[in-house]
Design a protein around this ligand. Structure first.
Ligand code: HEM
Length: 414
C-alpha cells in the first residue's frame, strides 16, 4: 500500500538538525531519516566545515539521483568560477587521488571501470572462496579457546582486509598500516582533506609508489601487476590513475565489508528469533545477507554528487555546484517500498535494497563482498552457536564518518 506523503509543511516540532558525520547520528539515524522522508525529502544541512550538503531520503529520489544527468561526480566540472575560487586548497600530493573512478564521470569513468572490471570476474571471486574460508577458520581458531573476542578487530576487519590485499598483491604483513591510513581517509567529515589526515595519506601514497616500482621490476600474478601492464600498454591508465585505483580498491575493499559483518552480527544478536531461524535453516543465508545489507546499510550515504545546473526536486531548488548525497540507509527503509521496513526479516522477498548503489557506479566489489559475508556468517553461526554481546548494547561506540556506518568495536562472548 502506497503511503500518502505529499511534502508536508515544515513541522516546527521536528527533531533538531543533526550533524550527520557524528558517532551519535550513526548509532541510530533511522527515526530522523523517517521524519525527513515525510516532511523534508530534500533536506539542506551543513557539514562541520560549513559545506552545504543536500540529503535525498526517499527511495525513488535516491535511485533517480544515481542516474540523473543534472548531477556529476567530478566537482570541478560542476562549479562556477566563483565556487572554484572558494574551494579549500588541496595539497598537490592529493591531486592524483582525484583520478579515482568513483570521483569521475564518463568517458574517464567508463575507461577505468572497464580496465578493472576484467579482473573482478565471478571466477576471481570463486578462486578466493576457499582462501576466505581458511582465513575465517584461522581467525576463529585463535579466539575460540578464550571464549570472547572483539568481533571487529579479531574477525570482521582482518577477513576482507587479507582478501583484498591478496587480490592486489600488496604485502599482507602491512595490513595494520593500510588500515591506519585508510581510517584517516574514511573518518573525514568533508570531501576536502584536512591537515589531520595529511601525514597518513602522504605515507600511503609513498608506500604505493614504491610498491609499484617493485612490481615493475618483479611482476607477479596479481591485480597490481595486471594494472601496471595496462598502464605500460599505452594511454589506457596513467601513473596517477593507477595510484588512485589501487588506493580506492584497498579502501573500498575492506572499510565497507567490515561494517556488513559487524553491523550484521549485531543485528542478528539483537533479533534472536531471526538468528535462531538462520541457525536452523542455513540455506536462508543468501536472503539473510541481502536483508542485513538492507537493514544495517554499511554504507549509509552515497558518495557525493554535484548539481551541474540548478536542479529542482519536489519544488526545492538545489543550486548549481552544491553537494548532494543519496541516503541509502533511508531509501532502504522507505515504507513505500518495503513492508515493515524497521523489522529484520531474514527471508524477506522481494528485497530491492540499494546498499551497493545503482547505475554506472554500482559497487564493483558486490560479488566479492557477498561471498565474504556468506563465509563470515555461516562460519560464525556454525562455530559459535551461543554468540552474544559481552556488554550492554548501549555501550557500543560507532565510528564518525561521512558515508559509512560501522562500529568501533563489538565485544562478544560465546
Ligand atoms: C558490504 C560491502 C560493500 C558495500 C555496502 C559497498 C557499497 C558501495 C556503494 C554504495 C558504492 C557506490 C557509491 C556511489 O555511487 O556513490 C560502491 C562503489 C564501489 N565499490 Fe563497493 N561496497 C562494498 C564492498 C566493496 C568491495 C569488497 C570492493 C572491492 C573491490 C568495493 C569496491 C567498490 C568500487 C571500486 C566502487 C566504485 C565503482 C565505480 O565508481 O564505478 N566495494 N560500493
Amino acid at each position: 500500500m502506497e503511503v500518502n506523503r505529499s511534502v508536508q509543511p515544515i513541522n516546527m516540532n521536528a527533531p533538531q538538525p543533526v550533524n550527520i558525520v557524528t558517532a551519535e547520528f550513526k548509532a541510530d539515524p533511522f527515526p530522523f531519516l523517517a521524519h525527513l522522508r515525510v516532511s523534508e525529502p530534500v533536506y539542506r544541512t551543513t557539514l562541520p566545515d560549513k559545506t552545504v550538503v543536500w540529503l535525498l531520503t526517499r527511495y525513488d529520489d535516491v535511485t533517480a539521483l544515481l542516474r540523473d544527468e543534472r548531477f556529476t561526480k567530478n566537482r570541478r566540472s560542476a562549479l562556477t568560477k566563483d565556487q572554484l575560487r572558494k574551494l579549500p586548497w588541496t595539497p598537490p600530493m592529493f591531486r592524483p587521488l582525484e583520478r579515482n573512478m568513483l570521483d569521475l564521470d564518463p568517458p574517464d569513468h567508463t575507461r577505468l571501470r572497464s580496465l578493472v572490471h576484467k579482473a573482478f570476474t565471478p571466477s576471481l571471486v570463486e578462486q578466493m572462496r576457499s582462501r576466505t574460508q581458511a582465513i575465517a577458520d584461522e581467525l576463529l581458531d585463535r579466539v575460540v579457546p578464550t571464549g570472547e573476542m572483539d568481533l571487529i578487530s579479531d574477525f570482521a576487519l582482518p577477513l576482507p582486509m587479507t582478501i583484498i590485499t591478496e587480490i592486489l598483491g600488496v604485502p599482507a604483513k602491512d595490513h595494520d598500516k593500510f588500515h591506519r591510513w585508510s581510517q584517516a581517509v574514511v573518518s573525514l567529515s568533508s570531501p576536502s582533506p584536512t591537515l589531520r589526515v595529511l601525514p597518513g595519506v602522504w605515507m600511503f601514497i609513498r608506500y604505493l609508489r614504491q610498491f609499484f616500482k617493485l612490481r615493475r621490476r618483479d611482476p607477479r600474478d596479481d591485480l597490481v601487476t595486471a594494472l601496471i601492464k595496462a598502464e605500460e600498454a599505452g594511454d589506457k591508465l596513467s601513473e596517477d590513475e593507477l595510484l588512485a585505483m589501487v588506493f580506492l580498491l584497498l579502501i573500498a575493499g575492506h572499510e565497507t565489508t567490515v561494517n556488513l559483518i559487524g553491523n550484521g552480527t549485531l543485528a542478528l544478536i539483537e533479533n534472536p528469533n531471526e538468528m535462531r531461524k538462520l541457525q536452523s535453516e542455513p540455506s536462508l543465508v543468501k536472503p539473510a545477507i541481502e536483508e542485513l545489507l538492507r537493514y544495517t546499510s554499511p554504507v549509509l550515504m552515497t558518495t557525493e554528487r554535484y548539481a551541474r545546473e540548478n536542479a529542482m526536486i519536489h519544488g526545492v531548488t538545489i543550486p548549481r555546484g552544491e553537494m548532494t548525497l543519496g541516503v541509502i540507509g533511508s531509501a532502504n527503509r522507505d515504507e513505500n517500498v518495503f513492508d515493515n521496513p524497521n523489522e529484520l526479516r531474514i527471508s524477506r522477498d522481494p528485497n530491492k535494497h540499494i546498499s551497493f548503489g545503482q547505475g554506472i557506479h554500482f559497487c564493483l566489489g558486490a560479488p566479492l563482498a557477498r561471498m565474504e559475508a556468506h563465509i563470515a556468517f555461516t562460519t560464525l553461526l556454525r562455530r559459535l552457536p551461543d554468540l552474544r554481546l559481552k556488554n550492554s548494547a548501549h555501550s557500543l561506540r560507532w565510528r564518525p564518518s561521512m558515508f559509512l556506518r560501522g562500529l568501533v568495536a563489538l565485544p562478544v562472548k560465546f
